[in-house]
Design a protein around this ligand. Sequence first.
Ligand code: CP
Length: 306
Amino acid sequence: MRHLIDITDFSVQEIEAILDLGDKMIADPAAYGDCLKGKILATLFFEPSTRTRLSFESAMLSLGGSVLGFSSADSSSAAKGESLTDTIRTVGCYADIIAMRHPKEGAPMAGSFKSTVPIINAGDGGHNHPTQTLTDLMTIRREKGRLNNMVVGLCGDLKFGRTVHSLIGAMSRYEGIEFVLISPPELKVPAYITQNLSDRGIPFTEVETMEEAMPKLDVLYMTRVQRERFFNEADYIRLKDTYILDPEKLRTAKESLSIMHPLPRVNEISVKVDDDPRAVYFKQVRNGRFVRMALIKTLLEACNEY
Ligand code: CP
């Protein structure tokens, strides 16, 4: 049985196979309309979500399967003190696969140790978000036709932004990738990630302004300052509007730039950018449904191989 806890649980070849399948599903969704008939997905969301939970549910329904689950810890027996592993063992009696979001880093991995069905990490605290990364990889590949040889700028809350951590883990396995990490000093990428890049000889720079990075970027990945991870509201207020992407800031950007954001956005991308053909964040949302269809099918088929 395979789980997806960290994006590097899958080899580059396995990820490309999922992206290939996702592309086929976009091209001909009807061909997959009943391939998971009789299978059940459980979505266990101990934290709020719009895109991830609904795209998982849409994905499973689009494959002919069914869904059940909860969208907040308050509406589950976690509110009565049930342990995570007891919840996972219970839900494994009702569902064939589980997508789980939790505020505690490492919770999906802990759950996977006792699970009888595949667990998908749908976001664990400020740590990782591997299915957002599948969405991001699919979007970059569809926009650029490749996943190698490009400069990727990541901007905003790089400390708590779990999508950033997973995307760096995935993209750093491709040839010719250079990262530009754009953040205030308080929200820099955690040292364990930059140390790993240094150890592997992968080029990166850390800068504080978008303007100094903009001309060289092939991808600009904007992120929200993660209010829910701050211990101190005053720090959040001080940092929340550090970066606001608007048409003026894009003046020096490449024509071929792809502007991405995992969403939700707050203020960090002006709505004036939405009509720029380089803005692909709503394409990301759409791709997320199809790549999750491909992931669910792949993980359930892996169960049948054993
Ligand atoms: N991108 C993302 O994880 O969005 P949600 O929090 O709405 O699921």
